[in-house]
Design a protein around this ligand. Structure first.
Ligand SMILES: C[S@@+](CC[C@H](N)C(=O)[O-])C[C@H]1O[C@@H](n2cnc3c(N)ncnc32)[C@H](O)[C@@H]1O
Length: 236
């Protein structure tokens, strides 16, 4: 990945940090030796440079569903799901290097054959995928960018939500959670503005919701007594 990042820096750039604490020598070696085998970065970049945006992840696979998790962080939710559902293919999109290394370790530890990683900025993955080829997309507590002047960096704006929606197969869904009421309201506005989405549910999650407390960031917010909001978009 470091070689691709060096060669195509624009695809790896994003607002935020790719490295929050120093990457250990062992994580660097792990990424250098194993990332390529478990990643789709090469495929995505090859399409992007040809401006041929139709990566179809269903080709050559027998998986029942294709599920993307955007910004998987330390990867807990991704790894647990992949272990529990070996018949589904999980695409993990994340720019945070230590998170990628952690998931790689678990892929090797549990011999998981149903996770593919994408280390480039999700916006480019979004651009490269063929419409109507994805079953589910999860964005669990995206970076909230709480300062007003940074709001425009938020991933879930109306354009990106529309593009994500076009990737969904019939009966597909997008799940979003956030502990930022302001972001929640902004997403609601973006969705309502479009009159394009088939069915949308907005809710403040209760602690009995199966998606409540499923990730590190969510649990941190819950420990500070914050509400967790969810948005579920369904394609008929
Ligand atoms: C607030 S954290 C949440 C992490 C995890 N989902 C959780 O709930 O614990 C947001 C994550 O999204 C990742 N991220 C932000 N923008 C991204 C992008 N454009 N493409 C891929 N990952 C992104 C960040 O690196 C970070 O790990």
């Amino acid at each position: 990945m470091f070689d691709l990042n060096h060669k195509f820096p624009e695809f790896y750039q994003f607002h935020g940090r790719r490295i929050s604490k120093k990457i250990s020598e062992s994580n660097i070696n792990l990424i250098n030796n194993k990332f390529k085998k478990y990643s789709i970065d090469n495929d995505v970049i090859n399409l992007l440079i040809k401006e041929d945006y139709k990566l179809n992840l269903s080709i050559n696979n027998d998986f029942k569903k294709i599920i993307i998790e955007v910004g998987f962080g330390n990867g807990d939710y991704l790894i647990n799901n992949a272990k529990e559902n070996p018949n589904c293919l999980y695409i993990g999109s994340e720019v945070y290097i230590n998170g990628i290394a952690r998931v790689l370790k678990y892929i090797l530890k549990y011999n998981l054959e149903n996770i593919k990683l994408c280390g480039i900025n999700f916006l480019y993955l979004l651009k490269s995928l063929k419409p109507k080829t994805i079953d589910e997309i999860y964005v669990i507590n995206p970076d909230p960018w709480p300062k007003k002047r940074h709001n425009k960096r938020r991933l879930l704006n109306s354009n990106n939500l529309l593009s994500m929606n076009t990737l969904l197969k019939k009966e597909g869904k997008i799940f979003i959670s956030t502990d930022s009421k302001d972001y929640f309201d902004e997403i609601k506005l973006a969705i309502n503005k479009e009159n394009y989405f088939d069915e949308v549910i907005y809710a403040c999650m209760s602690d009995s919701d199966i998606m409540y407390g499923i990730s590190n960031y969510q649990r941190k917010a819950i420990s500070k007594n914050k509400d967790i909001y969810k948005i579920e978009i369904f394609r008929n």
